[in-house]
Design a binder for this molecule. Structure first.
Ligand code: AP5
Length: 228
């Protein structure tokens, strides 16, 4: 059921495979006035289009490394500006950015110039053994960023996107080896980032292993803090 919202500027934080993309899709359905940007989806679209940025991103992504703070921040801020989100009362959500303190500081400075600071950060806390099981079964539709899982939310027709019927693919960074590196990068960067947002008093954490546990907590947080 859709509900009204005061302007929400939300960051979803969490380990690779914790369900940021999945929870984003569910929140957008529940609150149609929210829009979202995923740094990973933007990069995968650039790779698919074969742009110079995509070629560079491909090297980092396929080896499980983070792109430079300056490069990714420029990409996201340009995207936010093009959508005119910083100069309006729009409600929006970021998935996958910022993920270092440097990125958070650069974003804070830019949003501060527009009096449009983030007003909620939610950390999705999912045990690593649960995450590893999920990744083996993940398939994606790159143009839209839609995410499937062969056991949790399989496509209606095997191998095809539910909306467009286009083929689904496996991500190049979902191999056992690269996924391990991504988890390591996350563990290295997350604590300072959490500390950064805890200081500004906008950090919340939701913990759980299943969709039925995480999603209601997220809806409650958004409704309580931003519902009208
Ligand atoms: P990115 O695309 O952001 O990947 P990530 O953060 O590693 O997160 P994932 O997309 O893997 O997982 P998710 O949390 O969205 O989980 P999902 O919903 O798919 O980044 C990729 C790369 O781009 C980075 O490694 C880096 O190189 C680069 N990059 C991106 N942002 C950057 C930045 N800011 N700075 C520098 N570099 C950057 O769920 C996972 C699976 O589990 C799915 O199959 C799903 O169906 C299933 N699932 C989800 N929830 C549940 C549930 N509740 N129960 C059962 N299954 C579930």
């Amino acid at each position: 059921m859709a509900s009204a919202l005061r302007p929400l500027r939300l960051l979803l934080l969490g380990a690779p495979g914790s369900g940021k993309g999945t929870q984003t899709a569910r929140l957008l359905k529940q609150f149609p006035q929210i829009e979202s940007v995923s740094s990973g989806d933007l990069l995968r679209q650039q790779i698919k289009a074969g742009t110079p940025l995509g070629q560079k991103a491909s090297l980092y992504i396929s080896s499980g490394k983070l792109l430079s703070d300056e490069l990714i921040t420029k990409l996201i801020i340009t995207n936010l500006s093009n959508r005119k989100w910083m100069n309006s009362s729009a409600s929006w959500l970021l998935d996958g950015f910022p993920r270092t303190v440097k990125q958070a500081e650069l974003l804070d400075a830019e949003l501060g110039r527009h009096s449009a600071q983030l007003n909620l950060v939610v950390q999705l806390d999912v045990p690593e053994n649960v995450i590893l099981e999920r990744i083996e079964n993940r398939y994606v539709h790159v143009p839209s960023g839609r995410v499937y899982n062969l056991t949790y939310n399989p496509p209606r027709v095997p191998g095809k996107d539910d909306i467009t019927g286009e083929p689904l693919t496996k991500r190049s960074d979902d191999t056992y080896e690269v996924f391990g590196k991504r988890l390591k990068e996350y563990r290295r960067t997350v604590t300072p980032l959490i500390d950064h947002y805890a200081k500004s008093g906008i950090l919340e954490k939701v913990t759980g292993e299943t969709s039925d546990i995480i999603f209601p907590q997220l809806v409650k947080l958004v409704s309580e803090k931003f519902g009208e």
